[in-house]
Design a protein around this ligand. Structure first.
Ligand SMILES: Cc1cc2nc3c(=O)[nH]c(=O)nc-3n(C[C@H](O)[C@H](O)[C@H](O)COP(=O)(O)O)c2cc1C
Length: 345
């Protein structure tokens, strides 16, 4: 059985965006933003961990490096009904890797194995790991840790082997290395080349593991192609740049089919959602700010972006803005449905 998921993305995959995604795809796994274990322990837990049951199935992504602290965070999160707990071993940000979190952890498979075992002591939910195919530049790591180079396929294979022995059955692999020095997180999503074959090879060498591929996958045709080699596909940027594509991804799940919904119906769904924020303009704006791509490459794209801009609001509340948008957007584009595309084939 294949699965599609929407990647964890800081400042994007908050609960509002996840609600929007759920209007588009009923079956995909939705991820939270990365939340550090210390934020879960010391921060405002309800704000960080609450979600609407409409968003399910949903996975919580945790970043951290301290085994005890991560274990504690997982224990706390058990009071929320997440469907999966994911460990971030892929983030290249200095803020994260400089603290030996995220991608830097790839150099220490045994340490990650201990973290995962500690997580599994607190939950029966699947514990998954999201990582890169390797890292470069481990000299950013502190002197307390041995320096290791970790950028060959054999290193990746060793990482997966050690973690599978620790009980991880599901890996999400971003098919490029992370360069820990000299590149920003954004550059680290663009500059290191994509090497999908390394991920395919992991599936070949570990056929019993669930291997999900991530990185640069932007259309239905390439999802189909990847699913010939691996078990799942994780979509990142395309989910907010061109979200309407998500209406088509449920077909890849067992028994799933295209979600034959129109943009008009999605906007109506958003109207029901923003009603809960009533006259709170800031919340209304926040709830809609990551839906900007709904008219990607279509007539109406400019109007949609305009009406969602906080400077446009003309004194209207979020629900009224959406009502107005339904009047002024091109009616044929509002009523387009994904299934029409399939009829033409
Ligand atoms: C704005 C933004 C924020 C991100 N935040 C996270 C994060 O919190 N945790 C994580 O594991 N990856 C994060 N990523 C990386 C994505 O999950 C994904 O691995 C990456 O964008 C590659 O997939 P794509 O080419 O489909 O976008 C982020 C990416 C973007 C664009």
């Amino acid at each position: 059985m294949a699965r599609i998921s929407i990647a964890p993305m800081v400042d994007i995959t908050d609960r509002h965006f996840r609600y929007f995604c759920r209007l588009l795809t009923k079956k995909s796994m939705l991820y939270t933003e990365m939340i550090t274990s210390s934020a879960i322990i010391h921060g405002d837990r309800n704000k960080l961990l609450d979600f609407d049951s409409f968003e399910k199935p949903i996975a919580l992504q945790i970043a951290g490096c301290d085994k005890k602290e991560i274990q504690e965070a997982v224990k706390i999160a058990e009071d929320w009904d997440y469907d999966e707990i994911n460990l971030n071993v892929g983030c290249p940000s200095d803020r994260v890797s400089g603290n030996q979190m995220g991608a830097a952890l790839m150099a220490y498979p045994e340490l990650v194995a201990e973290i995962v075992q500690a997580m599994k002591r607190e939950t029966n939910k699947p514990v998954t790991v999201k990582h890169r195919i390797g890292i470069d530049g481990t000299n950013v790591l502190p002197d307390t840790l041995p320096k290791v180079i970790f950028d060959k396929y054999e290193d990746l294979e060793y990482f997966v082997k050690v973690l599978s022995q620790a009980g991880v059955k599901h890996f999400i692999i971003h098919a490029r290395i992370a360069i820990l020095e000299g590149l920003s997180p954004k550059e680290n999503r663009e500059i290191p080349p994509l090497k999908y074959k390394e991920v395919y090879k992991i599936k070949e060498n570990f056929p019993h593991l669930f291997i999900e591929i991530n990185g640069g996958i932007r259309n239905i045709e390439s999802i189909k192609e990847h699913l010939k080699h691996v078990d799942g596909v994780m979509l990142g940027r395309v989910a907010y740049e061109n979200p309407f594509i998500l209406t088509e991804v449920d077909q890849f799940f067992e028994g799933g089919k295209v979600n034959n919904i129109s943009r008009r119906e999605i906007i109506e769904g958003l109207m029901d959602y923003v009603e809960r924020f009533g006259k709170d303009k800031r919340m209304g704006y926040n709830a809609l700010k990551n839906t900007l791509g709904l008219f990607y490459n279509k007539r109406g794209s400019k109007i949609w972006r305009q009406v969602l801009n906080p400077t446009w609001d003309e004194g209207l509340f979020a629900k009224d803005i959406l009502e107005k948008a339904l009047q002024i957007l091109p009616q044929d584009i509002l009523d387009e449905r994904p299934i029409e595309k399939y009829k033409k084939i």
